[in-house]
Write a protein that binds this ligand. Structure first.
Ligand code: BTN
Length: 238
């Protein structure tokens, strides 16, 4: 694994993307930062992490012939690769919250931000940004957030954990990505709050009740509504 370690950078995703544009990089090049000054989250949010306590890194994955329509396969493969790494550590009550947050009980422990570089309708490469809360103990003003140390009661070595995640990413992104049925069935089985009554907020800010049933082939969330209709929702809608 080609590992680039930075003391501080705005965002490891932005750094890796810039590096890719200026030259050729090995598949699975990893950029990790002790500290991110402008860590990016999904939907334009920011990712905040205590310097040196957690893993904040980005991995380059070159796709072979993956079409834009299959983007969600990447989300599932990356989520499952991290899930399996954490399962081995015996993190309790692990679930995947659609589209790709890793949860332990009701607390988020890992966020994933995948940025694809396209060439026409094909994904040429993906920058897979991962923020995993490892040894941070205090998350002020952030409800429902936890870390591996809070959950397991011990400090974990960051680089060893990083290596384990990257090894699993290789397996999922090079092999398991070709087995759609496997990815969908495992991902759906591990969905956070599946089949439980849940409240959602739509883009108009209105609350509604429903049951998560799974995901569509395109990766939209399938919610069973009160009138017995299953409707697809994407991230901007729910
Ligand atoms: C989310 O849950 O909103 C996604 C968070 C992704 C955070 C990681 S940290 C490393 C990489 N660099 C970034 O700027 N963001 C991702």
């Amino acid at each position: 694994m080609q590992l680039i370690k930075l003391n501080a950078t705005d965002s490891t995703n932005a750094y890796l993307k810039e590096l890719l544009l200026t030259g050729s990089l090995e598949d699975f090049t990893v950029v990790m930062a002790h500290e991110q000054l402008k860590g990016r989250g999904q939907m334009g949010t920011s990712w905040i992490s205590d310097p040196g306590k957690n893993l904040t890194f980005s991995v380059l994955s070159k796709s072979e012939g993956l079409g834009v329509a299959s983007q969600f396969l990447l989300n599932m493969a990356v989520s499952l690769a991290i899930y399996d790494t954490l399962l081995k550590l015996q993190v309790p009550d692990l679930k995947i919250k659609w589209p790709n947050d890793i949860m332990s009980g009701h607390s988020k422990i890992c966020g994933i931000l995948i940025e694809n570089i396209l060439s026409g309708q094909q994904i040429q490469a993906s920058i897979i940004g991962i923020g995993l809360n490892v040894n941070q103990l205090v998350f002020s003003n952030l409800p429902n957030v936890s870390s591996l140390k809070l959950l397991l009661g011990r400090t974990l070595p960051l680089e060893e954990l990083l290596q384990n995640i990257v090894d699993n990413l290789k397996v999922f992104l090079k092999e398991k990505i070709n087995d759609e049925n496997y990815l969908f069935s495992r991902y759906e089985e591990l969905l956070f709050r599946k089949d439980k009554p849940s409240t959602f907020k739509n883009k108009e800010g209105e609350m509604f009740m429903g049951f998560i049933k799974g995901v569509s082939r395109g990766g939209k969330l399938l919610i069973l509504l009160e009138d017995d209709i299953v409707q697809e929702f994407d991230l901007k809608e729910v």
